[in-house]
Design a protein around this ligand. Structure first.
Ligand SMILES: NC(=O)c1ccc[n+]([C@@H]2O[C@H](COP(=O)([O-])OP(=O)(O)OC[C@H]3O[C@@H](n4cnc5c(N)ncnc54)[C@H](OP(=O)(O)O)[C@@H]3O)[C@@H](O)[C@H]2O)c1
Length: 316
């Protein structure tokens, strides 16, 4: 390992920085950490950067940048930087605990729709003891996962283990035991047509932007429910409200939105069929993230290949 001191530039909102800084500094006391917007730094000193939504054009001003680490599993914030130096590897945060939390969120909300929990909440409020509510059988409730990657695969496997017929949609065909694989644009409609409870776990790219729109909802069976835990840009909120109001869809759970924080004026806050959470489906644990950055930098210094690098032309 090189004995020269490394400089890591944090490109995150200044008030976020201390949380990550403390953890990373504890894991590598020799590392020089600079926070963009707070500390002075010499661009030629910066060897590494850590960010989530970098200001476009910043990375191209750092001539000795060796790698950039994403604080999130999704890297759509980086794709907005059309000047990103394409020879610098961009490493996304893939972490078992984050993946697990995302799978939990998917299972929680799939079950909530399947078991009609919102209706039982309303019955409780009205002090009504009603046992005769029809319940669809698990084996008749077809679950679908849009994006069968790190997170989608684990979510699908857990739901499969609970007895649901599960299918996933991805760019390339998958061979996951007990999960039916649909791939590519040509198979999207067939996938949606067999899906009663859908969770979106896709990366946000030009190809997946607005994928959850009126056309997609129309392709789904009457009474279907939609969960979006990926990115707000996947969903056309206006089309979702229309599909819920026409009773084509029975419910939705949304963790991510076209505008975040969700504006107070949004009809989604009070829609009787919508559950809203504030982009908390999966969180990046600072200690895990610190280890991820330290490991990545060490690998780079040893000349070993980095894992989970983003294919910038593909967008994920
Ligand atoms: N709400 C939150 O708190 C939160 C937290 C973490 C992550 N996320 C979101 O979750 C997303 C997924 O993360 P991940 O780690 O599972 O990503 P991943 O491992 O890269 O998986 C992405 C999956 O989407 C598929 N895909 C991509 N583009 C496609 C296209 N055009 N058509 C069909 N399938 C396509 C990929 O297909 P192939 O396998 O064929 O390549 C892959 O199966 C992230 O990008 C992020 O936006 C949200």
């Amino acid at each position: 390992m090189s004995m020269r001191k490394k400089t890591l530039l944090f490109v995150v909102p200044v008030n976020w920085a201390p949380l990550w800084e403390t953890q990373i500094q504890a894991a590598d006391p020799d590392l020089i950490i600079k926070v963009q917007g707070r500390d002075e730094y010499t661009p030629t000193d910066v060897g590494y950067a850590l960010s989530f939504r970098p200001p476009p054009g910043l990375f191209k001003t750092l001539p000795n940048l060796k790698a950039v680490f994403s604080l999130g599993a999704g890297v759509d914030g980086f794709l907005l930087d059309t000047d990103y130096p394409r020879h610098v590897p961009l490493v996304r945060f893939v972490n078992q605990w984050l993946t697990m939390e995302m799978a939990q969120y998917t299972v929680l909300h799939t079950l909530m729709h399947h078991r009609q929990q919102r209706m039982f909440d309303a019955l409780q409020k009205a002090r009504q003891w009603r046992q005769g509510v029809p319940q669809r059988k698990t084996t008749d409730t077809r679950v679908g996962i849009l994006g069968l990657g790190e997170i989608g695969q684990m979510a699908g496997e857990r739901l499969r283990d609970l007895g649901f017929p599960v299918a996933g949609w991805s760019r390339t065909k998958k061979n996951v035991p007990g999960i039916e694989s649909f791939a590519g644009d040509a198979e999207l409609k067939a996938f949606l047509a067999r899906t009663d409870i859908l969770t979106c776990l896709l990366p946000l790219t030009p190809a997946t932007q607005g994928i959850l729109d009126a056309e997609a909802f129309a392709a789904m069976p009457v009474g279907a429910a939609v969960i979006n835990a990926a990115r707000g840009g996947h969903l056309v909120e206006r089309d979702l409200v229309a599909a819920l109001d026409s009773n084509h869809l029975s419910g939705a759970t949304l963790d991510v939105f076209e505008t975040e924080p969700l504006p107070e004026s949004s009809p989604l806050w009070t829609h009787p069929k919508v559950t809203v959470t504030p982009h908390v489906a999966g969180r990046t644990d600072p200690k895990e993230a610190a280890q991820f950055v330290i490991d990545g930098m060490e690998k780079m210094e040893r000349g070993e290949p980095l894992e989970n690098t983003v294919d910038l032309s593909r967008g994920y």
